[in-house]
Every structure is written in structure tokens, then in C-alpha cells.
Design a protein around this ligand. Structure first.
Ligand code: CO
Length: 491
């Protein structure tokens, strides 16, 4: 943690305005459908396909505020590109819970991060069903567009209209009510033309069960394997290599009583234990082999960039925090004290399978999150990492920039939207037939705090130079994850 003095001194020169940042978290209940006609620069003519993106969009139910943005109903945006033009569309995901609450005009479900029904603890005690908000990621796999939330089944959407089709069993593989993780990996390391989707799911219980699914593009199951785990698991993302899946189990204590008695959401019942090691669960993709547990120091991790094998070692690049931030009951997420929180930083972990040890080195100290790589490099050595980053090199701030890191030379490029712009996850799209890993485009959705609307910014992957800025007619609240497909879904 920063000392008070450091926190105060960094407040003096903040590259952003908190009121502008807060405006990016206004609910967006409207659904749009239009050709984007306000463009600065040039949309690359070769760009053909669709950018999909998901994130929470409603921060209230009929004026009743939700406690944490992660509890907000999901909204999927699609920006389709063809012949130098772009078309925008967005739709809220019509989950059962969303429809129930809309009909009732009030909050009916508790949220993982502390959203409660009106009426205090008495109205919430012993109600342990949580709301599937389908707000975390959106993937296009085979012929299915799926909105994902890690504690429940996916919702399928029509890729042209974004209308909600309904809960999806992922090609018949998911038993009713079973969860499906929000961070599937698309692995081309074994066969670059026939990728494999690898995803994990955490089934809560005594014991916890880790299920791994591997399918091809037709949704045919290649492998499904499960491992039991005695103890509590809180894992949002994972990594794959040609031979392993790796899950970092954050060192936490979990006391479910405040949740059961209606005082807190389950995500508020967690206590981070930096004094304890992280346990990395190394799961062979050969289902006949046992899971290894390797201990080492990490920090709190939400997201990984990638992993690859190198001799006896597996390298994993991840964003780590020195502490885990919890928004307590009664606190307002719009009033978070950024300078007082620990920044996310990019680390490389080396997990030695022979000695069963883990070491780590800091790759980037600047505050950053949402690390991505060229999607062709998943599970293989990567040279470049693209991240959402702070505009300033030290301290914790909202994300306002895109950072490109060259791990071979140490070179860095930074494109910043500060002081009035705020962004999130970059999405890297390789140029068709590119031979260089960074030859492609970086998409970046930026909230413009002066004009109260969002822009889609397209950067050149090689030097992060600005190619085009597409002005939307409205804002899109700060989102989470998305994907690109070369299929163009135009009306
Ligand atoms: Co995530």
C-alpha cells in the first residue's frame, strides 16, 4: 500500500477528473442500431468482421442502485466492419433474472458483490440464489454467440440482431444449471487451422469440482476432465499450454456466514491472505494424469495474459495486486479512492515442474489490467503484450491508456486518452496474412468524459499510432471482455 504522504502527493497531479470518470458508470438502458457516421481518420479498408464486447450496463433497477458494477446486467455491443464503414448495435442480455426484475420494477436477486434486495438483512437472509447477469465476456465459437458469466450457464444471442435466444448448454455439453467459465482460451498450438476451445468451470460444493472442457469448432467434445479440490477456490481466469491448464488459486479465507445471514454478498466474505502462498493448480490435458499443486508467492490475480512451456518450466504472465479490494456494505463504488488502492502490475511466473517451485519477476510496474496478446499466440511464446494502463507511470488510477510491451527488447509504446478519456480491455486483431506478431489493429473503447459519449479507437498494433476514432452517439459503460471474428454480422 502507498503511504498517506505518497497518496496525497499523487492526488495533486491526477491526470483525470473523478466527476468525468463517474459519468462513465451511468446506466445505459437504450438499445441502438446505426451506421457510425462520425469518424476521424480512416477505418482500415481491409478490416472485415465484427467486434463483440460485453459488460455491465445497468447500475440500478428502476432507480434502486446496485452495490457493485460487477453485479450489473450485461449488455453486448457489436461493431461490424465492411468496406471501410462500421455499424453499431447494442442489446441488453435478457436473462431470466433481468426479465423478472424488469417486470417487478425492483431488485429481486442478491449479487455476488453485495447487491441486496430492499428490506435489510431480514429480506436477504438464507436466500442464496444469485443473479446470472451474463455480463463478463462474449465469445463467438462455431456458430454460437455466447454471453458468459462464470457462476452459471451461458446465454446464447443472435449474432446479427443480438437478441437473446436463451440459456445455452454449449453444444449439449453442460448439464442443466452447471456453470461455464468466462475466460475460455482458443488454442491453436497443436493445429493452427483447427483451434480448440478450452474452458474451465468451478462447481461450488464440498468438495469444489474443477471441470475442463475442450471442444472443436463444431462444438464436438474432444476432452472433458474433472478434479476435486478440498477447500475454497476463487479463480476468475486461467491459462493453457499445449500440455497443461494452470489455475492460480488466490490465497483467501472465505467466511460464508455474513452471506447466509443476509449482510454481505459472497464476494464481500473473502479475506485476502498475502501471508500465505498462492497455490497453482497444474492440470495435465491428458486426463489420465494427476493434478499438481505448486506453491509460490503471487498476489491477488484476476487476469492472465498467456502461458507457454519452456523446457521444464511453464511461464505465465499475469496481472497481480498486493491486496484485494472489497467494496464493503454502505460504501459507494463511484467514490473509490484510486490513489489509495494498490495498482495491478504485470508479472512473469516461472513454474518449474521438476522442482515443483514457482518464481516471479516484475515485467511492468505501471498500473495495468486486461492483458491481451495476439490470439494466434495463445499457449505459445509471445513477444508482445497489450494492456489497459494508467496514463502516469506510478500509482493507481483508472485506466486511460493502452500500453504495448515488447518482452524481447523491453521497448514500450503508450497511447493515452487522458485527461478526459477512460478505457478498458484492448482487443488485438491480427491483419490477415500478417507475418509479424504485432502487425494488426488494437481496438479500444474509450469513454469521453467531456462529450459524455464513447469512441471506438483503432490503433496500429506496431506503434500504437492512431488510425481512426469512431464517435458513437451515446456512452457505453465501462465494460469487461470481448472478441473479434472475421465474420461480418451486418443487418
Ligand atoms: Co475477466
Amino acid at each position: 500500500m502507498l503511504s498517506q504522504e505518497e497518496a496525497d502527493s499523487s492526488t495533486a497531479a491526477l491526470p483525470y477528473n473523478m466527476e468525468e470518470w463517474e459519468q462513465g458508470y451511468r446506466s445505459q438502458p437504450h438499445e441502438y442500431d446505426y451506421w457510425i457516421d462520425e469518424v476521424e481518420g480512416q477505418i482500415p479498408a481491409e478490416l472485415t468482421g465484427t467486434l463483440f464486447r460485453n459488460g455491465p450496463a445497468l447500475f440500478d433497477v428502476n432507480g434502486q442502485r446496485i452495490h457493485h458494477p460487477f453485479d450489473g446486467d450485461g449488455m453486448v455491443c457489436a461493431i461490424a466492419f465492411n468496406e471501410g464503414r462500421a455499424h453499431f448495435r447494442n442489446r441488453l442480455v435478457r436473462t431470466t433474472a433481468f426479465e423478472d426484475e424488469r417486470a417487478a420494477g425492483k431488485i429481486l436477486y442478491r449479487g455476488v458483490f453485495g447487491t441486496e434486495k430492499a428490506g435489510g438483512w431480514l429480506a436477504n437472509a438464507f436466500d442464496i440464489k444469485l443473479k446470472n447477469i451474463a455480463n463478463t465476456n462474449v465469445i463467438y465459437w462455431g456458430d454460437r454467440l455466447l454471453a458468459l458469466w462464470e457462476a452459471a450457464e451461458p446465454y446464447r444471442l443472435d449474432p446479427y440482431t443480438l437478441e437473446t435466444i436463451g440459456k445455452d448448454d454449449f453444444y449439449g455439453l453442460l448439464p442443466p444449471g452447471k456453470p461455464f467459465g468466462a475466460h475460455p482460451k482458443i488454442d491453436r498450438s497443436r493445429d493452427k487451422d483447427n483451434p480448440t476451445l478450452v474452458n474451465f468451470a468451478l462447481e461450488v460444493g464440498l468438495p469444489f469440482k474443477i471441470a475442463i472442457y475442450e471442444t472443436d469448432l463444431r462444438g464436438t467434445l474432444k476432452r472433458r476432465y474433472t478434479h476435486n479440490y478440498c477447500g475454497f477456490l476463487f479463480i476468475h481466469d486461467f491459462v493453457v499450454t499445449p500440455n497443461y491448464c494452470l489455475l492460480f488459486n488466490n490465497p483467501l479465507d472465505f467466511n460464508p456466514l455474513p452471506f447466509l445471514f443476509g449482510f454481505k454478498g459472497p464476494g464481500q466474505c473473502i479475506k485476502f491472505r498475502p501471508d500465505r502462498p498462492t497455490e497453482v493448480l497444474v492440470i495435465p490435458r491428458d486426463p489420465a494424469k494427476p493434478m499438481l499443486k505448486i506453491k509460490g508467492k503471487s498476489g491477488f490475480i484476476y487476469h492472465h495474459a498467456n502461458a507457454f512451456e519452456e523446457g521444464d518450466e511453464i511461464c505465465v504472465d499475469s496481472i497481480c495486486y498486493e491486496s484485494f479490494f472489497i467494496l464493503e456494505p454502505g460504501e459507494d463504488f463511484l467514490k473509490v479512492d484510486f490513489p489509495k488502492m494498490d495498482p495491478g502490475q504485470l508479472w512473469r511466473f516461472r513454474i518449474n515442474l521438476k522442482t515443483q517451485t514457482m518464481g516471479r519477476e516484475l515485467l511492468e510496474s505501471r498500473c495495468c489490467e486486461f492483458p491481451v496478446i495476439n490470439p494466434q499466440k495463445v499457449a505459445q511464446p509471445h513477444r508482445y503484450v497489450f494492456l489497459g494502463a494508467a496514463d502516469i507511470p506510478e500509482g493507481n488510477t483508472p485506466l486511460q491508456a493502452i500500453l504495448k510491451l515488447d518482452l524481447e527488447t523491453g521497448d514500450r509504446h503508450l497511447w493515452s486518452a487522458a485527461p478526459h478519456g477512460f478505457n478498458g480491455e484492448p482487443i488485438f486483431v491480427p491483419r490477415p496474412n500478417a507475418t509479424q506478431e504485432d502487425d494488426g489493429w488494437v481496438f479500444n473503447l474509450v469513454y469521453d468524459g467531456v462529450n459524455n459519449r464513447s469512441d471506438l479507437v483503432i490503433l496500429d498494433g506496431r506503434d500504437l499510432s492512431l488510425l481512426a476514432r469512431l464517435h458513437l452517439k451515446h456512452h457505453i459503460p465501462y465494460g469487461l471482455h470481448g472478441c473479434w471474428t472475421n465474420e461480418c454480422f451486418l443487418p
